[in-house]
Design a protein around this ligand. Structure first.
Ligand SMILES: Nc1ncnc2c1ncn2[C@@H]1O[C@H](COP(=O)(O)OP(=O)(O)OP(=O)(O)O)[C@@H](O)[C@H]1O
Length: 573
């Protein structure tokens, strides 16, 4: 049999069986501590049954939709899923994205739009596809991806969701996986979010609003799971109140609880103030600055780049103009290091001259000053300017340089999604749209930490389509029809999920071996045509040798990974 025939057969088999399965890291018997489904020793997390089932499903290559009310650990679980996906596939082939910049920061990922290369995403899907194809970097990301994570899906509309699926299928069709007709082009998809929280901003009329209305939604997932255990709050009456607010159906008991939280007193200085509208946020922050009666330094952002991207900088997180004085409450709007992350709050203690940190900024000043911030964690740090970039087609098209701080006595509700707060002061009488009251209230840990300056029961509302979606969702779970239906008590459909996982596990073992063999043959082919042939041949001989002795499997895998990395970086495979 000819060598090329063997390759063709292997290629065919691997695409038929499992293009979305990982190639090199299957059957790792020795699990890392962080990835143990039950316990993560490093952070002392005990996963619930539902969370463990999701992790198992991810390991067996399934596409999963994870939902659940606020504080059920979706983001935490997602962070571990990303680590696991990176081990399963390869870090460079796993793309973590979120619909907003803040949510993207929480998972150290991209915004969905910038990953996809679809600009603002307002065109029809054919135009968006052309945009991706003409953008070398975006095209490469799509072809390279083995796994795609999308967080805060409640803010992604149905048409974008369908367009992305179309792009994935078209771009990857006939590629390495020959996954033309596979949904999402064979990418393992992990989508997370709570549709009762903030909805997408839909500018065009008649545009389908929610991602679950997308044509491809049903076929995109092997498993859909609702996490039901709330971790953020432990008080039973608060958990019940929030569950009812989420569904827009509060009773007298809930209203009484909320009334008890209403206060006319000035908020505690350590409480974060949340408002539905930016005007209120700016008004409160300005007034607080004035009350301090301290010399104020104004930091103007330095922007460079081309239109229309320059205009987009103003929609970003870093403010155009940042007034600061001693005693100002601030929040970090960029991850600086592991202990200083986006969302960390603190107080400006003093200003220091720092010629180096601000050498290319604020040159007009006699001597540039930067603020020293004491964060609530106790850390005191001098904060220098940072850069935010908008990248299109691998090219930086606009840059903003500014201090990575925003005033934080008050914040907009859109900026607080995903946060956990100990003390919250809010006026929800001007809330607009669905889910806003729920997002604001569900930030707090305890009722004692909640102070309401204004509140109207009529502002508590859930979207009828979302209610219907979750009703259908729980009916499916109850019947155990869906593959991945997981019930809180572990009954019913959870059994269906585990059986299906086991069957897939067996298949995966076979797929894994075949894919491994296919990769090996592929390496030999490339090796024979490459300048680095001698190196590949020696690696290959080693692989063949160790394959004959099963006890050497670990070494084989290490070598195999090394070969693959080498090929990726040197030959661009
Ligand atoms: N299995 C677990 N064991 C212990 N604590 C957990 C577990 N899962 C989540 N938590 C904790 O619960 C809190 C809320 O988690 P997280 O922020 O991930 O929730 P979320 O569902 O993403 O909330 P939101 O929808 O509001 O963003 C965090 O403090 C997290 O550490």
């Amino acid at each position: 049999m000819k060598f090329s025939t063997v390759i063709a057969a292997c290629r065919h088999f691997s695409s038929k069986t499992s293009s979305r399965y990982p190639k090199w890291t299957r059957n790792n018997k020795k699990k890392s501590k962080v990835d143990d489904p039950k316990t993560s020793e490093r952070t002392r997390i005990t996963w619930t049954g539902e969370q463990s089932q999701v992790l198992d499903a991810i390991s067996s290559g399934k596409s999963v939709f994870i939902t659940g009310s606020s504080g059920t650990g979706k983001t935490l679980l997602l962070q571990h899923i990303i680590k696991r996906l990176k081990k399963l596939h390869h870090p460079s082939r796993v793309f973590a994205t979120a619909s907003t910049g803040l949510a993207a920061c929480a998972i150290k990922g991209w915004t969905l739009h910038s990953f996809a290369g679809i600009g603002l995403g307002e065109d029809d899907r054919q135009t968006l596809l052309l945009k991706v194809i003409s953008n070398r970097w975006a095209y490469k990301r799509w072809t390279k991806a083995r796994a795609l994570v999308i967080d805060e899906v409640s803010m992604v509309d149905a048409e974008i969701f369908d367009a992305l699926e179309f792009i994935a299928r078209e771009v990857r069709g006939g590629g390495e996986c020959d996954s033309e007709n596979k949904v999402w082009g064979g990418i393992q998809l992990v989508v997370c979010g709570d549709f009762f929280q903030l909805p997408p901003i839909v500018k065009r009329e008649n545009r389908k609003e929610f991602a679950f209305e997308a044509d491809c939604w049903g076929s995109s997932f092997d498993m859909q799971v609702e996490l039901t255990r709330v971790f953020r709050q432990s008080e039973a009456n608060l958990v019940k109140l929030l569950q009812n607010v989420r569904r827009g159906e509060v009773d007298h008991e809930d209203l009484d609880l909320l009334k008890k939280c209403c206060t006319e007193a000035e908020p505690d200085s350590s409480a974060v103030q949340l408002y539905p509208r930016n005007q209120d946020v700016n008004r409160v922050n300005k007034k607080k600055m004035e009350d301090l009666k301290k010399p104020t330094y104004i930091y103007h952002a330095h922007d460079s780049g081309e239109d229309p991207w320059l205009g987009q900088l103003n929609q970003g997180i870093a403010p155009d103009e940042l007034p600061l004085c001693e005693g100002a409450r601030v929040m970090l709007c960029k991850n600086l290091r592991r202990t200083l992350v986006n969302g960390a709050t603190g107080t400006v203690t003093k200003f220091r001259y720092d010629d180096v940190a601000v050498s290319d900024l604020w040159k007009t000043e006699e001597r540039p000053r930067v603020p020293m911030v004491r964060f609530d964690s106790g850390l005191e740090v001098l904060i220098g300017p940072e850069a935010w970039e908008i990248v299109e087609g691998g090219k930086v098209v606009a840059t903003r340089k500014q201090l990575p701080l925003i005033l934080a006595w008050a914040l907009s509700i859109h900026k607080c999604q995903g946060m956990t707060l100990d003390r919250l002061h809010t006026n929800l009488s001007r809330a607009f749209g669905f889910g806003m009251v729920y997002v604001a209230l569900s930030r707090i840990r305890m009722l004692a930490g909640l102070h309401l300056a204004g509140f109207k029961p009529s502002k508590i509302k859930a979207h009828p389509k979302v209610l219907e979606f979750y009703q259908r969702f729980s009916q499916k779970q109850d019947k155990g029809v869906e593959d991945g239906g997981v019930c809180e008590d572990g009954s019913g459909s959870s059994d269906v999920a585990s059986v299906s996982n086991k069957t897939n596990g067996k298949d995966n073992d076979i797929n894994s071996s075949l894919i491994f063999l296919y990769q090996f043959v592929e390496i030999l082919t490339v090796a024979s045509a490459s300048d680095h042939g001698w190196r590949f041949y020696s690696y290959s001989c080693f692989i063949v040798g160790t394959l004959l002795f099963p006890s050497c499997t670990v070494i084989t895998r290490r070598i195999a990974r090394k070969v693959r990395k080498f090929m990726e970086y040197n030959i661009g495979l």
